[in-house]
Ligand binder design. Structure first.
Ligand SMILES: NC(=O)c1ccc[n+]([C@@H]2O[C@H](COP(=O)([O-])OP(=O)(O)OC[C@H]3O[C@@H](n4cnc5c(N)ncnc54)[C@H](OP(=O)(O)O)[C@@H]3O)[C@@H](O)[C@H]2O)c1
Length: 268
């Protein structure tokens, strides 16, 4: 079992807005949904799935464990609560949301708890998010790379994370690119506009196609049905080697999300 290449993000979406986005996405063909305990939308995601009538086994559900649940007493019970909200017996993927090294996180203990959740059948796959190379190595040393399905990281044309991507590829850990659109910042980029015009595509499709062609999974979010539909069509867009090279040059360490209390020291 691998990470689906195209999923729906749900960060910032709550209540009816989350329900509408997920229902629209499921109607237009999305089958993977990325949620998290801290998004406070697991119940909304669960409701949208129930109302969609789509069978659970057709879907790939991800949740993420928040830092307040990083303990033996809390991690597995919190995941069980997530399952209840999502209306499922097991999720497909559970991630450690942030490593929070400044809070004294014990990565070894955390990964062993996550592996235990997998062994209990609460989640089919497990992985990490926002881990740098050193912390991913610690996670591998704790439970083995074969148990770490993905590292979900901020990755867009403006923040390409090349050293971490190289390392994850060596370890055969999938890369999930979050904020591939840099929360909209890349959408007016002149190079992406030029490439988009060559393909009668949108800049969002070009950014997503670039990430997919690099082998990353993507999870763009949208509250608009037309954006959900057109983003999904990025899977049909094939960029040339030259176009991929033009996008490679857009790197500018353009990190959007860097909370000091949660983030590790990022790799250069
Ligand atoms: N692991 C983590 O720590 C972490 C952190 C951040 C995000 N994530 C995950 O990654 C997902 C994606 O990140 P994100 O939602 O922050 O940002 P994003 O997907 O880069 O961008 C979403 C924004 O782009 C707009 N948009 C989407 N498609 C568009 C299109 N075709 N044309 C124009 N605008 C478009 C959306 O507005 P409209 O609603 O108007 O379309 C929304 O404002 C999140 O939802 C979450 O699931 C994970």
């Amino acid at each position: 079992m691998r990470i689906p290449k195209f999923g729906l993000g749900t960060f910032r979406l709550k209540d009816q807005i989350a329900i509408n986005s997920v229902k629209n996405a499921l109607e237009v063909g999305y089958r993977a949904i990325d949620s998290a305990q801290i998004y406070e939308n697991e119940a909304a995601v669960g409701q949208a799935i129930a109302e969609s009538g789509i069978a659970r086994q057709e879907l790939f559900l991800t949740t993420k464990i928040w830092t307040s649940n990083f303990s033996e007493e809390k991690l597995i019970p919190s995941l069980k609560e997530s399952l209840q909200k999502l209306g499922t017996d097991a999720v497909d993927l559970t991630l450690i949301h942030w490593p929070a090294p400044s809070q004294g996180t014990n990565i070894t203990e955390l990964m062993q708890l996550l592996l235990e959740a997998k062994q209990q059948g609460l989640t089919k796959l497990i992985g990490v998010s926002n881990f740098n190379i050193a912390l991913t190595q610690q996670a591998i040393d704790s439970i083995g790379a074969e148990h770490i399905a993905t590292n979900q990281i901020e990755l867009s044309p403006y923040l390409q994370n090349q050293s971490l991507v190289n390392y994850l590829s060596e370890q055969q850990i999938d890369v999930t690119s979050y904020m591939t659109l840099a929360y909209g910042k890349v959408l007016n980029d002149p190079v992406l506009l030029e490439i988009a015009s060559q393909h009668q595509a949108t800049t969002a499709q070009v950014a997503l196609a670039w990430a997919l062609q690099r082998g990353f999974a993507v999870i763009p979010s949208s509250t608009k049905r037309e954006n959900l539909i057109s983003n999904l069509k990025a899977q049909d867009l094939k960029l040339s080697v030259e176009e991929m090279q033009m996008i490679a040059q857009l790197e500018r360490n353009g990190r959007e999300i860097d909370p000091p209390e949660l983030a590790p020291q990022w790799d250069e």
